[in-house]
Design a protein around this ligand. Structure first.
Ligand SMILES: Cc1cc2nc3c(=O)[nH]c(=O)nc-3n(C[C@H](O)[C@H](O)[C@H](O)COP(=O)(O)OP(=O)(O)OC[C@H]3O[C@@H](n4cnc5c(N)ncnc54)[C@H](O)[C@@H]3O)c2cc1C
Length: 381
């Protein structure tokens, strides 16, 4: 059963045409450059594919309905936009909600129009060289000095790290012994003195998503750039991580479906021992298992999207969607690649890059092990 209505399908057709025309032809060049061209954000913004949930008064679509984000994720997976898609989805699905929910009126007026138009690219910086899964141990500090906060520290593996203009940075603003209450979110802007970016990191996949280290050395951030209340970062992160995790899980299922479709086409054409690869029992069984896994997973993901829209998606269900969707993506791209034989290992077929791109999905947004920790707390509660 579909969760989509006519508006979503019209949005899908229009994004598909746009992405085939404006994004897909540039993917090879972005993959080689290790970064997506900023102009793609502006084009996407101009066509209404960025900031759908941002109020119309600030140039957004004015519709808070995650099904539109889900449609974009499905199409990005189908077209295998890889890292380019990741940067844009991060901007739409993961960082924009922080700006919509926690900005003051003054901040909304200052930032939302640029976020909706694609002029201001966003990033979120939680992970540090010394800590990723254990978010409570972050060491980046922000110390109040008059009307400013002075930030020192470093972040790593930050998606859109090079392209971003606004970075939501998780900082320690209080005594570490106060635990979660001592963390806050500050928006650090391109060009602030003391804010430096490291090199664009080399990765095994998602090449066109720029991933970088960020360094903060006595960066003086105006108090007007604090996002929400001081000391509330953990509350905000916990709330927004549900949407981030669903986005990754949902993308995982869409990527698995895309891999299955490419593989079905390939095994019907390729022959061995005088027969199509599709005629071997192993091929049939592998495809049957994958199709079953995808079809059994999709209703759960759909249900999570509906719950998210209703404000009822629990951290445990979000974690389940991320755990299952990302693991499904990983094993499906691997099994499909096997059916391509040597051609699967070549970058000219979609399956090879999709396999490499998939590997990160069980790690970022919280590893599969951390998802199990969250789910087990719910199970044992
Ligand atoms: C391409 C890419 C993009 C990223 N984008 C961003 C971004 O935009 N913003 C951002 O803030 N971060 C980003 N990250 C960071 C990502 O979220 C972290 O890498 C991830 O959370 C894991 O943290 P870690 O790398 O420090 O691994 P670690 O925390 O060191 O974990 C290492 C291993 O130990 C396991 N482990 C840790 N704790 C436990 C436990 N309690 N129980 C069982 N096992 C455990 C982990 O599951 C993992 O297998 C990105 C990473 C990559 C590679």
């Amino acid at each position: 059963m579909t969760i989509y209505e006519l508006d979503h399908e019209l949005f899908r057709s229009s994004f598909r045409a746009f992405a085939e025309r404006e994004l897909a032809p540039h993917v090879p060049e972005w993959e080689r450059a290790g970064i997506m061209d900023r102009s793609a954000y502006l084009e996407a913004g101009r066509h209404g594919f960025i900031g759908m949930a941002i109020p119309e008064a600030f140039g957004g679509g004015g519709v808070k309905d995650f099904r539109f984000n889900a449609v974009l994720n499905e199409e990005v997976a189908r077209l295998n936009l890889g890292g380019g898609g990741l940067g844009m989805m991060l901007h739409n699905d993961i960082t924009t909600p922080y700006f919509i929910e926690y900005c003051t009126d003054e901040q909304r007026a200052r930032w939302l129009p640029g976020i909706a138009s694609g002029e201001l690219i966003t990033a979120i910086a939680m992970t540090e060289p010394g800590t990723g899964s254990d978010l409570q141990s972050i060491a980046t500090t922000a110390v109040r000095d008059g009307d400013e906060w002075v930030v020192n520290g470093a972040k790593t593996f930050i998606t859109n790290g090079i392209n971003s203009d606004l970075v939501v940075v998780a900082c320690r603003t209080g005594n570490p012994n106060d635990g979660n209450d001592s963390m806050s979110l500050l928006v650090i802007e391109r060009g602030m003195p003391g804010f430096e970016r490291g090199r664009n990191l080399d990765k095994i996949g998602q090449h066109s998503a720029d991933t970088a280290e960020l360094f903060f050395s006595d960066v003086r951030v105006p108090a007007t750039n604090v996002l929400g209340e001081i000391g509330n970062a953990f509350k905000y992160l916990s709330f927004n991580l549900a949407q981030e995790r669903l986005s990754i899980g949902l993308y995982g299922v869409a990527a698995a479906r895309a891999a299955l479709d490419w593989t079905i086409e390939y095994v019907k054409e390729r022959t061995a021992f005088g027969k199509p690869i599709s005629s071997f029992q192993n091929t049939k069984f592998v495809l049957a298992e994958i199709a079953t896994e995808i079809d059994v997973t999709q209703p759960f993901i759909n249900q999570c999207v509906v719950k998210l829209n209703a404000g009822e998606l629990s951290p445990a269900d979000a974690a389940k969607s991320k755990l299952w969707g990302s693991e499904l993506q990983k094993r499906t791209t691997d099994r499909c690649l096997q059916l391509f034989g040597g051609y699967g290992y070549m970058t000219e077929y979609s399956i090879g890059p999709a396999y490499a791109d998939a590997r990160i999905s069980t790690i970022y947004g919280g590893t599969s092990e951390i998802m199990k920790t969250i789910i087990s707390k719910d199970v044992l509660a």
